[in-house]
Ligand binder design. Sequence first.
Ligand code: FES
Length: 334
Amino acid sequence: MDRMVTVSGQDGAFPVAPGTSVLEAALRANRWLPHACSQGTCGTCKIRVLSGEVDHGAADETILSADERSSGLALACQSKPHGDLAIAPVNDADPGRPMHPLRDYTGTVRELSDIARQTRRLVVELDEPMEFDAGQYAELIVPGSGVARQYSMANPPSEQRLLEFHVRNTAGGLATEGWIFDSLAVGDRIDLRGPLGQFGVVEAREEPAILIGGGTGLAPLKSIVRHALDHDLLPAIHLYHGGRREADLYDVECFRAMEATDSRFHYHPVLSEENWDGATGMVTDAVLGDFASCRGHSGYLCGPPAMVVAAVKALKRRRMSPRLIFKEEFTVNA
Ligand code: FES
């Protein structure tokens, strides 16, 4: 039997089917709740349970402490209601944010190509278009297991039928070595759901942006760059892409061509373990070297957690306002 959930400050209630999390049900019902990872690892979706009870599921003690549980806090992405609920988001619910309801999709693989060391581009043509914001992600369902793996769309939201994903291989990974780098082929059918996440650029902003990506953390940044340039959302964009070796970089020609034709866009590939004719060192050190001050700029960060932490530190050191630093920490998709 469905449970009904009301959100403080929002009209009406939405149903939560058995086995479904509060977050998934809210997004499917076109109700915005703050969230990022949807895996119980970031804490962005923390809610206060005003009435009713939830099963906390796999919520981790480091993200939701025992004290927080006993004081009525829960993770919306992990919580399953025991009965009807009244909740209030702990983080800013951003009521003005445009909403694209979470839905299930099917599609056909149109491209699967090696683009960098242990990295593939996967392009899926959806049967039905998906509306999303630049920077959001989808969950690909691994056939036969029902397990979902998260990948950001690298294409702009104007391309609603042809979704582009960048996938890094992980040794022994169920979705990567066991599927996308093994049996998956052009023409195969794929199940997925989306969109999810709140990382990205949805409206015009006055400040120039510094985008820093590590590895396949480039994917949402590519979507943001293309969308922001197409719609003149940012006055200037500096894209930094860090890799260990030149073989880790990809879409270099694409970004160089964009840089050559659009004076608002600046592309900075950086290698940490190989000398070449471009910038070397840690990608965050390259930003520190290029900018004496980041005051008045915004930052968009996506990559391994250590890179994101270092980038936040570097941008704050250069006096970027913390409220203008937006980050998507990806977990390794096995
Ligand atoms: Fe729920 Fe990250 S912990 S969205």
